[in-house]
Design a protein. Structure first.
Length: 89
């Protein structure tokens, strides 16, 4: 790792990690999605347990976090699905 690598990390002018990792992760797209869905399900289960224990506001926050996590997971898997091996240049 050199000084230019860290400089590229600090701004968004050039993709740093996508060219390195997306091609390898693309073949595991379904596995990543199903494991992520399992964790989102656990988050939903946790919010249900929190709701049963009476902390309604905390359960709503946990539901919102599970929803945001699902959206991010889905966007990441769709990105991997559409990745064509382009570079960040």
């Amino acid at each position: 790792m050199n000084k230019e690598f860290f400089k590229d990390l600090m701004d968004l002018k050039k993709a740093v990690f996508v060219p390195k990792f997306a091609a390898q992760l693309k073949q595991y797209n379904k596995l990543i999605y199903y494991v992520g869905l399992f964790f989102v399900f656990l988050m939903l289960l946790q919010s249900l347990i929190t709701l049963i224990h009476g902390a309604i506001s905390m359960a709503i926050l946990e539901l919102a976090w599970a929803f945001i996590s699902f959206i991010i997971l889905r966007m990441f898997c769709e990105f991997l699905m559409d990745f064509q091996g382009r570079s960040g240049k």
